[in-house]
Design a protein around this ligand. Sequence first.
Ligand SMILES: [Mg+2]
Length: 173
Amino acid sequence: MYKLIMPKEFVGSVLDLTPEKLQALGIKGIITDLDNTLIEWDRALATPEVEQWLKTMKEAGIRVIIASNNAEDRVKKFAEPLELPYIYRARKPLTGAFKEALSTLHLPVNQVLMLGDQMLTDMMGANRMKIYTMLVKPVANSDGFVTKFNRAIEKRVYKYLDKKGIPTWEEQS
Ligand SMILES: [Mg+2]
């Protein structure tokens, strides 16, 4: 059960990821969540830092697609100015959006990374597809309504990991 929602790696922020690090893992494409992964769930547009990060990835030839469970207007408003492909109402952890993303990226499963801030949607869906997973620290301390429920479950997972001595963000870096 826990295995399915555990990331391969915990990272503090997407901004910590460099093309060099991803290339060392053989990664050529990123499927990324939007809310609380790239920006706060209640912020509309990319911050200059996120924009720069996306530009760096693009220049390194790393393709990026957004897969969000949020509504079309939210995801479109963020992605279009950045000219990023996107999937809205992705219904993660169901695998449909991940399959669609892989086909849009034109990359095999083992060359793609999933970035997200939630175990029960982002990590679980990608793990089911055998996509390499990284869990980022949520950008904001608050969440939308549906996410609040998932966070309660995550809290229990962290307690369990702590008990087992499995390191997450705190113990690393
Ligand atoms: Mg999220």
